[in-house]
Structures are given as structure tokens and as C-alpha cells.
Design a protein around this ligand. Structure first.
Ligand SMILES: NC(=O)c1ccc[n+]([C@@H]2O[C@H](COP(=O)([O-])OP(=O)(O)OC[C@H]3O[C@@H](n4cnc5c(N)ncnc54)[C@H](OP(=O)(O)O)[C@@H]3O)[C@@H](O)[C@H]2O)c1
Length: 255
């Protein structure tokens, strides 16, 4: 089973950015695509353009997800919905930021898998794609967001183990920065958000959608476990140092 054999897809976070680009590509390949997000107008215009089936649902709502999809035979599940609220600082994040980021980025993936996977298992076919991030693999200074994407990383690895022996594939996509609406919503400082999106030549949503399509398009016996990608002007790694953490307490200062 590979993309040419799949008929039905479910994409969360379909109203903008990466999710929207994935819907466009899957629909162009002839799949019936269920597109999930909260902004109705955006979904309606995407449906007009691609023929996808719009669903105005908050992915954190397990009952709503069950009601909409429990009886659907989903072949491709793209868990893409995500937010970066409280991105700059855990100390400055509000209770609502923390709750929204944890629940949207982690719980919603469990919800969608619990709804879509039973039919995949019964039919022994399917592909689950989880949108991770570089922030889930490497320390990048976002304590809250990085923790949620780190959870997506181990969730994906363990799910692959849980499904071993079936034909169901699990892929984690880990992009560096992508130019989407993400930053506008993640950062309270709107100047910083604008700067975030302009700072260098970063990935487009379409670049990431192409990585998703690559994983889906491989022959059925190939499980693309993880794809890391970033713009050519971005890199991660290195050690940061900063003097002054305990000013006056270093041996030379005490002398
Ligand atoms: N942009 C980056 O630099 C970057 C890098 C690495 C990974 N990612 C990840 O890529 C994924 C897509 O982000 P993006 O960059 O494309 O940002 P985006 O344009 O802001 O898209 C986020 C999508 O998630 C949806 N969403 C958020 N909360 C939701 C909820 N409770 N229920 C249903 N849908 C919800 C939004 O739709 P509604 O608001 O209409 O509900 C929107 O369609 C996220 O998981 C993000 O963490 C982004």
C-alpha cells in the first residue's frame, strides 16, 4: 500500500500554512481529503479550490473528532495542527498559553490516532504523518513548544513500535523555520514575529508539504521514519555561554 492505493485522507490544521499545502497536494493526487480546522471561511475557500471536505472542528475535542470520523476509513492521517503559544518564555506564558499548546500539540494527535487508527489496523493499511519540529529534536530555547514537539518525536517512535507487524507506516516530519502564520500567533511581540518571518530565506509551506508527499509516495515496504529539513540559511547546534549567572561568585571575583 502506498499513496497510489490510498483513497481517503484526514489533514488537521488545514486552514493555513503547511496543512493547507498538504491538502492541495493530496487532493491533486485524487484523494478524498477531510480538512480540519476552526476557521470556517478559510476551509470553505480551500474546499472550493481543491474539492476537499471541510470540517470545522477543534482538534482538542475528542467527541467531535469521533463523531466526524469514527465511521470513515481513513488511509492517510496527517497530524499537522499545532500552535506555539508561550514560545518565548515559559516564565511569561499564561495558563491559557500552556494549556493551548499542550492540548493542541499533543492531545489532539492522540485524539486523531485513536479515531483513525482502528480502521487502519482492521484493514492493515494506512500512513500516519505527525508534524514535529526541529524544536522537538534540539534545544532551541522554547521550553514549552520544544517539549510538546519532543513528545511528538517519542510518540512517533513508540507508535511505530506499537504498529510493528502491520502495514501501517508512521512518519515524523521535523522542519526548521517555515514561513507561515505560525510566528504571528506564537509571539506576543509582533515586531519580533515579523522579524522571525523575514530574518532569512526559510522553508515555504509547500517545501514541507513536498516532504510529506515524499514519505507517502515511497513503496509500501518503505517506512520513512523521520524527515528533517531546514532552509539553507539556517543551522542548529553549538553551545551558548553567557557570563554573569552568579555575578561576584566566581573564584577570580572572590580573590
Ligand atoms: N512555521 C514553522 O516555523 C514551523 C516549524 C516546525 C514545525 N511547525 C509545525 O507545523 C504545523 C503547522 O504549522 P504552520 O507553520 O503551518 O502554522 P499555521 O499556518 O499557523 O497553521 C496552524 C494550523 O493549525 C490549526 N489549528 C491550531 N489550533 C487548532 C485547533 N485547536 N483545532 C483545529 N485546528 C487548529 C490552524 O487552524 P485554525 O486556527 O483555523 O483552527 C492552522 O490551520 C504545526 O504543528 C507547527 O508546530 C511549524
Amino acid at each position: 500500500m502506498a499513496l497510489n492505493d490510498y483513497t481517503t485522507a484526514l489533514v488537521t490544521g488545514a486552514s493555513s500554512g503547511i496543512g493547507r499545502a498538504v491538502v492541495e497536494r493530496l487532493a491533486a493526487r485524487g484523494l478524498r481529503v477531510h480538512a480540519v480546522a476552526r476557521r470556517k471561511q478559510r476551509l470553505d475557500s480551500l474546499a472550493k479550490k481543491t474539492g476537499c471536505v471541510p470540517h470545522v472542528i477543534d482538534v482538542r475535542d475528542l467527541d467531535a473528532m469521533r463523531f466526524a470520523f469514527e465511521d470513515e476509513k481513513i488511509d492517510v492521517l496527517v497530524n499537522n495542527a499545532g500552535v506555539g503559544r508561550g514560545h518565548e518564555s515559559l516564565m511569561r506564558a499564561s495558563d491559557e498559553d500552556i494549556e493551548a499548546t499542550l492540548h493542541t500539540n499533543i492531545d489532539s494527535i492522540f485524539n486523531a490516532i485513536r479515531v483513525a487508527a482502528p480502521s487502519m489496523i482492521a484493514r492493515d493499511r494506512g500512513h500516519i504523518v505527525n508534524m514535529g519540529s526541529w524544536a522537538g529534536l534540539y534545544g532551541q530555547g522554547s521550553t514549552l513548544y520544544g517539549a510538546t514537539k519532543g513528545a511528538v518525536h517519542l510518540l512517533s517512535q513508540n507508535l511505530r513500535l506499537e504498529l510493528l507487524g502491520s502495514a501501517i507506516r508512521v512518519t515524523e516530519i521535523c522542519p526548521g523555520r517555515v514561513r507561515t502564520e505560525f510566528a504571528e500567533k506564537a509571539f506576543r511581540d509582533t515586531d519580533f514575529a515579523r522579524e522571525f518571518n523575514k530574518a532569512f530565506r526559510m522553508l515555504s509551506a509547500e517545501d514541507v508539504a513536498d516532504a510529506v508527499m515524499y514519505a507517502l509516495d515511497t513503496p509500501w515496504h518503505v517506512n520513512v521514519t523521520i524527515v528533517e529539513l531546514c532552509g539553507v540559511e539556517q543551522a542548529t547546534g553549538g553551545v551558548q555561554v553567557k557570563r554573569g549567572a552568579r555575578r561576584g561568585s566566581s573564584p577570580s571575583a572572590r580573590r
